[in-house]
Design a protein around this ligand. Structure first.
Ligand code: PHE
Length: 501
């Protein structure tokens, strides 16, 4: 907007003899559209407050609709029907009346309701309508004429006519402007910069400096921005650290089938292993660095339970299958390595977590990608129970996601028994949503590692993408991660406050 319209507006207000000047008059006087004056007034309020004061009044006017003025000219539809019917007992066939025009149907109904006419259903050749009174007074037409002449009618009459779509009420708003407490015909020009020269010469004493605007938003910084997944990861990491967890090293995307599956007592014939779910590595295809003695114990446990007292899977177990290199399908592979290390180093109660990438050969859709991130926690101790896991998860999800209502559903994982899916009540979406998977690691997994018999280990996992998507209001994972991500989304994503999502 040019400043000149603002200047013109001020001059107009200055010269006017009225206290309160209608915006419509100003527009006419300045020969511009009313909307131009209206936006100039808005801008004055924002940029030069105090010069003028805007106010408005509103009043409503009732007008006849097209149908209303037709009835005012020709009579209400019911009166037209009455007048069309000849006097006498025979009346007029309903069919004939209806054929006379579109308004006759309403007219007949209204005339019947007013008892001006009556219907003879048994008349020869179909129902006939007869006059039922000698004279009528068309009060509807009378009222419509009153309204057209600007006279008032009762509320009930008005309501009835509105229902008949004969009249409509429009609210007219009128805007006014008057002089404000800091009115001046000319806009004061403030000094926006205080220069060393102004200070040295003392000239600053004669200047009026523009006041600071503490409400102004800062310009966005032209710097790099963290991806939302990284911000949410930091939130979860902090919560784990606050709860006494230490972070597991996750810097190996390539893993052996042994640590990803076999160490977890996942049978070699398990469907998740085949090429549909797992990415196999071609080169190097095999892993040479699996500890022999541990591998022998795992083999025995799979085949017949070994020393654990379990029956095992009672199928042959091959080293060849265990050595196959893959992209890890879950971070529980890392947990397995760390639990084995815990046994090797001499057991002590521990809490460990990881947040990193995993890979699955999935069909890509709005909620699945071939790579995503898992958040995982394990708690190992001597006096740990399933009740302890439930208690811990309640505490964790209240802290991490502000969810304090959880439900658990029995599930199956080869490496945990019992296993539970975790559902949380989302207060915003007002529904239960699946948030993770959990369980107590099986003795067939823990004992071959060399963990003492009385030690129990709890584990749980969830994806990092899901809470991040809920937080950002995204429903397609491809908008969050992968080659289709809009960099502006990364730029705009607010600093994360998960408890508010
Ligand atoms: N690995 C499981 C998953 O991929 C999560 C989980 C971790 C379950 C630890 C139980 C214990 O869904």
């Amino acid at each position: 907007m040019s400043e000149s319209i603002i200047q013109d507006l001020l001059h107009y207000v200055d010269k006017s003899t009225e206290n309160s000047i209608a915006v419509a008059d100003i527009a006419k006087g300045l020969n511009v559209e009313q909307t131009v004056v209206e936006s100039a007034i808005k801008r004055m309020g924002a940029v030069h407050p105090g010069y003028i004061v805007a106010s408005s009044t509103s009043h409503s006017e009732t007008h006849l609709t097209g149908e209303g003025s037709y009835m005012a000219d020709n009579g209400s539809h019911e009166a037209v029907v009455y007048n069309t019917i000849p006097e006498g007992d025979a009346g007029m066939p309903q069919k004939e009346l209806l054929a006379m025009g579109p308004n006759y149907k309403v007219g007949i109904n209204k005339a019947l309701a007013a008892k001006w006419v009556a219907m003879d259903k048994k008349a020869e050749g179909g129902p006939a309508i007869k006059r039922a009174v000698a004279t009528i007074t068309d009060i509807t037409r009378h009222n419509l004429k009153l309204i057209r002449d600007g006279k008032s009618v009762s509320e009930t009459v008005l309501k009835d006519l509105k229902k008949r779509k004969a009249v409509r009420t429009v609210t007219l708003k009128e805007q006014f402007v008057s002089k404000g407490e800091n009115f001046s015909a000319e806009i004061k020009v403030y000094e926006t910069k205080l220069t060393p020269e102004m200070i040295a010469s003392g000239e600053w004493r004669n200047k009026e400096l523009k006041p600071y605007n503490f409400q102004a938003k800062g310009a966005p910084l032209a710097c790099g921005h963290l991806h939302p997944l990284l911000k949410v990861r930091t939130e979860f990491r902090n919560i784990f650290l606050e709860m006494g967890f230490s972070e597991m090293p996750t810097n190996n995307y390539v893993e052996s089938s042994f640590w990803n599956f076999d160490a977890l007592f996942q049978p070699q014939a398990h469907p998740a292993r085949d090429a549909h779910d797992t990415f196999f590595i071609k080169d190097p295809a095999n892993c040479a660095t699996i500890p022999d003695d541990y591998m022998a114990t795992v083999k025995a446990t799979h085949e017949d339970g070994g020393a654990t007292g379990s029956q095992g899977y009672r199928t042959p177990w091959t080293t060849e299958e265990a050595r196959k290199n893959i992209m890890r399908t879950h971070t529980t592979a890392v947990s397995a390595r760390m639990l084995k290390k815990l046994a090797d180093d001499g057991f002590k109660p521990s809490r460990m977590f990881s947040i990193d990438r995993v890979f699955r050969n999935e069909t890509l859709d709005a909620t699945h990608l071939a790579e995503f991130h898992q958040i995982e926690g394990v708690l190992a101790g001597e006096d740990i129970s399933l009740g302890g896991l439930v208690g811990f998860l309640n505490q964790f999800f209240a802290k991490a996601l502000g969810m304090d209502k959880l439900r658990f559903k029995p599930a199956y994982n080869p490496y945990t028994e019992p296993s539970m899916e975790i559902f949380g009540y989302h207060e915003g979406m007002k529904k239960w949503i699946e948030i993770g998977n959990s369980g107590m690691f099986r003795p067939e997994m823990l004992e071959p590692m060399g963990l003492p018999k009385g030690v129990a280990v709890l584990g749980f996992g969830l994806s990092l993408e899901r809470p991040t998507m809920i937080k950002l209001g995204l429903n397609n994972i491809r908008d969050l991660f992968g080659h289709k991500v809009d960099m502006q989304m990364v730029y705009n994503a607010p600093a994360c406050r998960l408890e508010k999502f």
